[in-house]
Structure formats: structure tokens, C-alpha cells
Design a protein around this ligand. Structure first.
Ligand code: HGY
Ligand code: MN
Ligand code: MN
Length: 455
């Protein structure tokens, strides 16, 4: 297990700001996180809070109520991003800090939710400190340069509505709001209708960001294996996601001669195997590939399927490997079309590159971890996060805490309480420095720049 922060029981909230939170702060965080984890809880003690479902609405109500309790006002933008704001400096932009409350089906409790709960608590601590330094409980004598907004990004997971990271993609201008609002789930319900139904379709563009911070579980093993409490994310792996349709022809499973069949499910099955073979082609686990979703038509017991839709996902930290994998995929698809007597349409649905986070943000986070006495090291993120969008528009710090056994997108996902609380201390300090403008002018990573440790 990893080292936990030493937590003195008597630190006052407004004392030296590089101190860890008090025992009371940690207990309050764990209490609130447990109440969040009960929302949409599954029989296997995970959660199911897919975007804009009643369980997501309940989690959003939890957010709004806690934010009000902690002195923040809330607002929702045109794509359902939910912000809790505190304004110390009227008219100044905001440091945004948050993650996402939506989940995969039968998911773990920590993915996204940990980061939102941690952000609310970091915000509460900073608001308390500011109030305790203010004679009238209002603006502190030396107000932070920037205001603070805790954010629950809408639909990070992308499981009900594709693509993932939808809320932050709209916020950062990478995806037009109208396109996102028109996306439908498998039942034909649009994002617009689903958000309206739960009462969370807002308006406007949300607060203007000066900087962004996010904390998340690692969803891998590297930190646990190295005994590290805080991961400083310096770059992301590339991801390439494709929606694929395999076209065959509907037929009787009993009576149709094998040679006459155009079995779409046979073609789809070969594609699933091809993806794995492509990953295995490269030694050293440098490429991750998967098919995560299959939709079979008409999906009836005595019918050879006419059509299968599936979603493919390729990830790597090496552009050359990605290019080779794409070439192998193209050749493999052509072979499957011939062998399985089907035709296959492939469309890239979502992708991001191997991009660095601002090195100045990584350095700032390393200083904060050192001040707090927390072990830390630079790590990649293999998963997507809203910070991948935010880092392209404002200076961004992305932090990880360890995931036990690296388990994620699984009800058994777990981070121990000491690590979770150390992460809140760390996030609080980072956000405090961002609010003071300590990352002002940090250069956005150059498009196509190769982060350290990648090719
Ligand atoms: O990694 C993903 O694709 C998801 O957005 N977290
Ligand atoms: Mn997540
Ligand atoms: Mn996830």
C-alpha cells in the first residue's frame, strides 16, 4: 500500500496553506463521498449512473445541495455541465476544478465521482480559509486573483451517448453544442430530451476559465506498484475510436446453406479477434485494443444477423505503432469482408493524440506534493479525461491517486481512504496556487509535440 499523508489533528483551516487538512476535513470528505457512492448503487456495490438518467440526476442534486451548504451558487450550461461557483474577485475568470459524476453501467464508485467530491472539498477548504481571513466574512484582505468553480462535466463516459468527454468537448469548443444535443441513445432519446427530462438542460457557456485542475484514480497499477501516493500526469496516450457497421443478409439459421450466408455476426466476431491479434502483434503491451460494444440485428434466435454495429478502441503512446496498427486493421478488414462474405463500414468517431500537459503545471504539482510530504512521480494517463480537452485551452494540472490492483470500470474499483484523503489535500494546495495565478502564462503544449517517454 502507498504512504499516507501525516494528518495533524489540530491544524486550523486558515493556517499555513501547504499543510494537510485536519482529521475533521478528512472525515467530512469520506462522509460526503460515501453518501455519493450510495446513489445509483448496484447490488455488487458499484454504481450505475449513466448520463442524464434518474441516478445521474440524483448525483447532480447531491452536488447542488452540498455546494449550497458550502456557500457556492450553482449554474448549468447549455450542455448540462454543472458548476458550483464562488466569487472573490468580481469579474475575474475562474479556476475550474472537477471531474464527472456519470458512470459506466455496473461501474466502480471512484471513477470521476472521487474527483468531483475531492474538488468540492478543496473548494470548501479554500472558501473557509478565505472567509476566516476576512473581517466581515466576505472578500478576504488579499483576495485570490481568480474565482473558483467546481465542475461536474456532463457525460464523460460516453456509454449512453457518444462521444465520451461530451461536456468538456462542448465547453472547449471542440464539439458544437447542437451536434452534441442531437446525439441519441440506443432507445432514440436525444441528449437534449434526456437533459430536459431530468431538469438539467441549462443555458450559456459556463464560467470563463483561467486554469483547470482534476484529480482521478489511476485506473492502472503503476502507482501502486511503485508505492506512489500522487501521480503527476504529464501526457496522455493517443486514442482512436471507431464505429463500425458489418452488413450481411438476414437468413434462416437452420435452412440456409452455409455457402449462401452473409453472416454479419461472423464478420463482427472476426473483427473482435483481429483487434486482439493486432495488440498481440506488438510486444511489450505498447498497444491496447478492444471492442466494447456490439449491437446485433435482429438479434433473434433463429435468424442469421443482417447487421452488427460495434465500437472499436485503440490506444498507445507511440504514433508509429498507431500508424502500423491502423494499416493492419485496414488489411484485416478487407480480408474479413472476403472471407465472411460481408461488407464493413468504418468511421472514426472520436480520437485524441499523444499530447503533453503543460510542463509548468507538472512542476507546480511536484512542488505541492513535496510541501505536503507526499510521494509523487510522473505518470501517463491511458484513459480519457476532461482535462485532455481543458489542457488545450488553459493551463491544466491532472493528478492521480492509486487504484488498488489497477481495477477500473468494474464494481470492485477501490482506492484506500488514506490515499483518497491525501489526494484532497494535494488538490486543495494545487487549486490554491492556481487561484493565485501561479500558472499564468504556462504555454499550451504545441500541437504534435512529443511528450517525454513517447515516440
Ligand atoms: O477513456 C475514455 O475513453 C473515457 O472517456 N474515460
Ligand atoms: Mn473518469
Ligand atoms: Mn470511466
Amino acid at each position: 500500500m502507498t504512504a499516507a499523508a501525516t494528518r495533524p489533528a489540530t491544524t486550523r483551516a486558515h493556517e499555513s496553506t501547504s499543510q494537510p487538512g485536519t482529521a475533521g476535513d478528512a472525515a467530512a470528505f469520506l462522509r460526503d463521498f460515501r453518501s455519493l457512492s450510495a446513489i445509483g448503487e448496484t447490488p455488487g456495490h458499484g454504481v450505475d449512473r449513466q448520463a442524464a438518467t434518474p441516478a445521474d440526476a440524483q448525483a447532480r442534486a447531491w452536488f447542488t445541495s452540498l455546494a449550497a451548504q458550502y456557500g457556492f451558487r450553482t449554474e448549468t450550461d447549455r450542455i448540462g455541465n454543472l458548476f458550483a461557483l464562488i466569487e472573490w474577485n468580481p469579474g475575474a475568470p475562474y479556476v475550474l476544478v472537477g471531474s464527472h459524476l456519470d458512470s459506466q453501467p455496473t461501474a466502480g464508485k471512484y471513477d470521476g465521482a472521487y474527483g468531483v467530491a475531492a474538488a468540492l472539498h478543496a473548494g470548501r477548504r479554500l472558501a473557509d480559509r478565505a472567509a476566516s481571513q476576512s473581517p466581515d466574512g466576505g472578500t478576504p484582505p488579499a483576495a485570490p486573483k481568480y474565482n473558483l468553480a467546481v465542475v461536474d462535466w456532463f457525460n464523460e463516459e460516453g456509454c449512453r451517448f457518444a462521444p465520451s468527454m461530451m461536456g468538456s468537448s462542448v465547453y472547449t469548443g471542440k464539439l458544437p453544442a447542437d451536434v452534441a444535443l442531437a446525439v441519441t441513445d440506443t432507445a432514440g432519446t436525444s441528449v437534449r430530451d434526456a437533459l430536459t427530462e431530468i431538469g438539467h438542460l441549462g443555458s450559456g457557456f459556463g464560467p470563463t476559465a483561467a486554469a483547470y485542475a482534476e484529480i482521478h484514480i489511476e485506473q492502472g497499477r503503476s502507482m501502486e506498484d511503485s508505492g506512489t501516493t500522487i501521480g503527476l500526469v504529464h501526457a496522455c496516450w493517443a486514442a482512436a475510436k471507431y464505429t463500425v457497421t458489418v452488413h450481411g443478409e438476414q437468413a434462416h439459421t437452420g435452412s440456409t446453406v452455409i455457402a449462401d450466408r452473409k453472416d454479419a455476426l461472423l464478420g463482427a466476431s472476426r473483427l473482435v479477434v483481429l483487434l486482439r491479434e493486432i495488440a498481440d502483434h506488438f510486444s511489450g503491451a505498447v498497444l491496447h485494443t478492444s471492442v466494447g460494444q456490439l449491437t446485433v440485428y435482429p438479434n433473434s434466435p433463429v435468424v442469421v444477423p443482417s447487421r452488427v454495429e460495434l465500437v472499436m478502441d485503440l490506444r498507445t503512446a507511440d504514433e508509429d505503432i498507431l500508424a502500423s496498427a491502423k494499416a493492419l486493421l485496414r488489411a484485416g478488414i478487407a480480408a474479413i469482408e472476403a472471407e465472411a462474405n460481408v461488407s464493413i463500414d468504418v468511421a472514426e468517431s472520436h480520437a485524441w493524440g499523444i499530447n503533453p500537459y503543460q510542463p509548468a503545471g507538472v512542476a507546480l504539482a511536484a512542488e505541492c506534493a513535496a510541501e505536503l510530504g507526499l510521494s509523487h512521480r510522473q505518470v501517463f494517463t491511458l484513459a480519457g479525461h476532461d482535462s485532455i480537452n481543458m489542457k488545450d485551452v488553459v493551463p491544466t494540472v491532472m493528478l492521480f491517486v492509486p487504484s488498488v490492483d489497477g481495477i477500473s470500470h468494474n464494481e470492485r474499483e477501490y482506492t484506500n481512504d488514506d490515499d483518497a484523503c491525501a489526494g484532497v489535500d494535494m488538490l486543495t494546495r494545487v487549486v490554491e496556487r492556481l487561484c493565485n495565478g501561479d500558472l499564468d502564462g504556462a504555454a499550451a503544449p504545441e500541437a504534435g509535440a512529443r511528450p517525454e517517454g513517447t515516440k
